[in-house]
Every structure is written in C-alpha cells, then in structure tokens.
Design a protein around this ligand. Structure first.
Ligand SMILES: Nc1ncnc2c1ncn2[C@@H]1O[C@H](COP(=O)(O)OP(=O)(O)OP(=O)(O)O)[C@@H](O)[C@H]1O
Ligand SMILES: [Mg+2]
Length: 250
C-alpha cells in the first residue's frame, strides 16, 4: 500500500479462510473508504461473520491481504492490538452489564478506553461526562440513564451496546445483524442511529433485513460462498439476477 491509499479505511484483497477444507472465505476482496457506511448482505454461511472475524483478528486469514487505515497490516496484529487501533465490533447478542445502570455501562466502557488511564480510582472529568451525555442522546436513551440495563427493551440494549462502543470513539465500527429480534419501530430507529454514527466514522453493517438495509441508504456488497457476488446501490443489487437467485428470491 502507498500513501495514495490513505483514504482507504478497509482493504481486503484475495482473503481466504478454510475450516477443515471448507472455504468460508474464498479470495474475498473488498475496499471500504474512510467516511463510508457499507452494508453487507448474503445468504447464511456466505462468510459475512467470518469476514468480521478476519478483520478483528479473531480468525487468521490463510492467504490474502487485510489493511486498515491505509497501510496498517492487520494480519500482523492480535485481537487486542486491533481493537486498540480503533476498530469496534458489535456482536449479535448484547454484552451489556445487566445489573448496572445505563450510565454505569457507559462509564465502564470509558474506563476501557485505550486513551483513558485505567485505574481503580478512576473519576470522570467534565469532558468524559459530556461525552456520556452526548452518547446518551445519540442512542436515544437519555431518559433511561439511571435505569438498570437489564430492564431495557431488546432494542434499547442493542443501542446501549452500540453506545458503549462509541465511548471508545472507534474509527471503524463493525456491526453484525443489529436488528435481529427488534420491533419494526426499533429497526427503523437503528437504521437512523447507524446513519448518524456513520457521519463521523466508517461503519460496516451485516444484516438480513432488507427493509432495514434499504433505509441505511448506502452502498451494498453481496457476499456468496466467501466472495463478492455483487456490489452497488440497493436498487442495483436487488435487480441483479444472480443476487435474486442465491439470496433475495428465496
Ligand atoms: N470456527 C468455525 N469452524 C468451522 N466452520 C466455521 C467456523 N466459523 C464459520 N464456519 C463456517 O463458515 C461458513 C461461513 O460462516 P459465517 O458465519 O461467516 O457465515 P455468515 O455469512 O455470517 O452467515 P449467517 O448469515 O448465517 O450469520 C459457514 O459454513 C460456517 O459453518
Ligand atoms: Mg453471521
């Protein structure tokens, strides 16, 4: 990679991953530019989650290149180092602390911040309090700040977890199936939330809910059998015969 690629946030080239001889990723190539939001769709087993595993260092690529933010070679780094670079990942199941309040969850996420000095005697400064308030507004939970996280609705729990990731101010946010199990109204709000978040950072969203993906109003990549089948606007990929055959027409 050269300095000409500095605007590239995520660069995958020819990435393959095999599990017992089965190719979960098969020469996958994908470029996501800085400031871009990308939706990834595709049938079960297409390799969407495996792709996120490779980016975050959870799974090693057998071959191919994986670069972040221009020229940072992610294949040389472990999971913790990759997280510290500013890559946040939202798993499907929320991993919030149910017994703590919404505020405490966000506070805890701040303590794990790579830039904050972690300490037993950690106290919030004014900037950090302001950041918590800001994130509470972004995730539409200012009214629930004192509520125990376990009492939130499923959708609100997902937003809280996204909020916890935002406390770390990631440059790239990876989100895997955020709206599974949400009500229609929560699904719509989540699309709007991710669009708001994507104004300040790069967001990659995997989802099966096509109404939701349409509402994201962004570039879509279709994965199939571990590689890219189609790419473009939602209208373009929805009209693609191959996409209809393997995915949308089911
Ligand atoms: N750790 C693993 N060991 C063995 N096989 C795996 C492993 N992880 C993924 N696979 C296989 O790799 C393929 C791709 O899985 P992956 O989870 O990436 O698909 P996906 O596109 O995320 O599907 P879904 O939409 O169902 O979440 C599947 O056939 C899966 O069974
Ligand atoms: Mg998956």
């Amino acid at each position: 990679m050269t300095s000409a690629h500095k605007h590239v946030m995520l660069y995958l080239d020819g990435v393959s991953v095999s599990f017992d001889g089965f190719k979960a990723l098969n020469k996958l190539s994908l470029v996501v530019n800085a400031g871009e939001m990308r939706a990834i769709i595709g049938p079960n087993g297409a390799g969407k989650t495996t792709m996120m595993d490779v980016i975050t260092g959870k799974t090693r690529a057998d071959e191919g290149q994986v670069f972040f933010n221009g020229d940072i070679d992610l294949r040389k780094l472990d999971e913790a180092q990759i997280a510290n670079l500013g890559i946040g990942r939202k798993f499907q199941k929320p991993t919030i602390f149910e017994n703590l309040s919404v505020f405490e969850n966000l506070e805890l996420a701040l303590k794990c911040d790579r830039r904050a000095r972690t300490s037993l005697f950690f106290r919030l400064n004014a900037d950090q309090r302001a950041r918590i308030d800001e994130v509470l507004n972004i995730i539409s939970l200012p009214g629930q700040v004192a509520m125990q996280a376990g009492s939130l609705s499923h959708g609100q729990k997902q937003w809280l977890e996204i909020g916890m990731l935002l406390m770390q101010d990631p440059e790239l946010l990876l989100v895997d199936e955020p709206v599974a199990g949400m009500t229609d109204s929560e699904t719509e709000q989540t699309a709007d939330l991710l669009r708001a978040i994507a104004k300040d950072r790069c967001v990659v969203v995997v989802e099966h809910d096509m109404e939701f993906v349409r509402r994201l109003d962004t570039h879509v990549t279709v994965l199939h059998e571990g590689s890219v089948l189609a790419e473009g606007s939602m209208d373009k990929v929805q009209a693609d015969e191959r996409v209809i055959e393997v995915y949308l027409g089911r």
